[in-house]
Design a protein around this ligand. Structure first.
Ligand code: KG4
Ligand code: ZN
Length: 365
């Protein structure tokens, strides 16, 4: 391993344009020298979801600005870098292509290796970036676009234990907020309302809890919520503040119960590998939810597993996780010699079947 490895990474697979510089001294912890994120939320706000063409164009406009800012903030020049890394998938293909083309230009101009990184691997390795946790550990990715339990064995070896077969939980929170006239993104708004609500008033379904394994489903929940909302409106010609709070609290309780129970099952499978330091970590915007987080933490501790939630800025999309993943790949011999292909789908676990369909934020991985 080189004394010092310094990598510039770009991320543009969804609606955040990001660049970061991460350095790791020999034997030391990784250090984030800079992490820049341009959020596109406003550009897509009126469309109710990410518009791929708008996203790709905005990425193309912002990527070089972002990269320059990351280098300046890190106080490094292109000559200080050992490699350039880029998210090569999975994600919205126009955005991924914008990132790959920009990174290819930087790498060619500076005569540096170009390392392609799987976006989900970036999320999955975040606990090593922040806390240097040991393999194998269990990971729950839970956001507006992803929901899956993974065992991480190395930067290129993951076992997918299960995931959503339809909506990601963040999507379900966002749709719930829309149904109740709350602001977007829906997760924080629903959580806020739920604080004053009764989580037992509506007996929403806990989908797929009666099925073995770690797969989940969240799309039926919003249908149940819509039905409950419409019934109240039909009876009282409107929703009171309390009705809305109770709907939010009951919805949040259902999601928490499903994720906690599936987490218990994922830990059971993970423990059969006899990990030396059992740990489950979460990543993704939904991990910010205090009820879900408390449910997962409780489940982890009841099952003799440590629980780790990295800082939210590193749980949501960012390029520091891509740079860190590339660092591990580089150390394992990846010098970007293979062909770098932008991929809309790129399952982390090559042995488990790919999920079908598309989410609000692109193809499911
Ligand atoms: O990871 P993220 O920033 O972006 C991607 O999906 O890639 O996650 C955003 C999602 C949104 O759907 C948002 O509503 C949800 O995370 N979210 C939350 C909370 N904060 C953000 N969901 C539930 N409770 C929250 N406190
Ligand atoms: Zn992501």
């Amino acid at each position: 391993m080189e004394d010092n490895l310094t990598i510039l990474a770009l991320e543009s697979s969804c609606d955040d344009t990001a660049a970061a510089v991460v350095r790791q001294a020999k034997g030391g912890p990784a250090q984030i020298l800079s992490s820049v994120v341009f959020d596109q939320t406003k550009l897509h706000a009126t469309f109710g979801g990410v518009v791929p063409e708008i996203a790709a164009r905005a990425h193309a406009e912002k990527l070089d600005v972002c990269a320059k800012e990351a280098l300046i903030k890190a106080n490094v020049s292109l000559f200080d870098l050992d490699a350039v890394a880029v998210t090569a998938g999975p994600g919205l293909i126009g955005g991924v292509l914008s990132g790959v083309m920009c990174a290819r230009g930087i790498a060619a101009g500076a005569d540096l290796p170009l390392i392609g990184v799987n976006h989900l691997a970036g999320h999955a390795l975040t606990p090593r970036l922040t806390n240097n946790v040991r393999y194998p550990y269990l990971m729950l990715l839970v956001s507006g676009g992803h929901c899956q339990f993974l065992i991480a064995h190395s930067s290129s070896d993951f076992t997918r234990l299960g995931g959503t077969i339809d909506d990601a939980p963040g999507e379900a929170f966002d749709k719930t907020a829309r149904l109740l006239g709350l602001t977007q993104p829906g997760g924080p708004a629903v959580q806020q309302e739920a604080q004053a609500g009764d989580p037992t008033r509506f007996a929403f379904p806990r989908p797929m809890l009666n099925k073995p394994g770690c797969d989940m489903s969240f799309s039926g929940l919003k249908t149940a919520l819509r039905r409950a909302r419409d019934e109240i409106i039909a009876q009282k010609s409107g929703l009171t503040r309390q009705d809305r709070a109770d709907l939010c609290a009951s919805f949040q309780a259902a999601v928490t119960d499903v994720l906690s129970e599936k987490c218990r099952r994922a830990i059971e499978i993970y423990m059969t590998e006899a990990p030396s330091e059992p740990l489950i970590a979460v990543a993704g915007g939904v991990a910010a939810n205090t009820s879900i987080r408390a449910g997962l933490e409780r489940t982890a501790h009841e099952n003799n597993c440590a629980f780790l939630a990295p800082p939210l800025s590193l749980c949501t999309d960012n390029a520091a996780m891509i740079a860190y993943c590339a660092l591990e790949q580089y150390r394992n011999g990846d010098r970007g010699k293979g062909e770098l292909v932008a991929r809309p789908r790129w399952p982390l676990d090559r042995h488990s079947p790919a999920m079908l369909g598309s989410g609000r934020k692109g193809a499911k991985a």
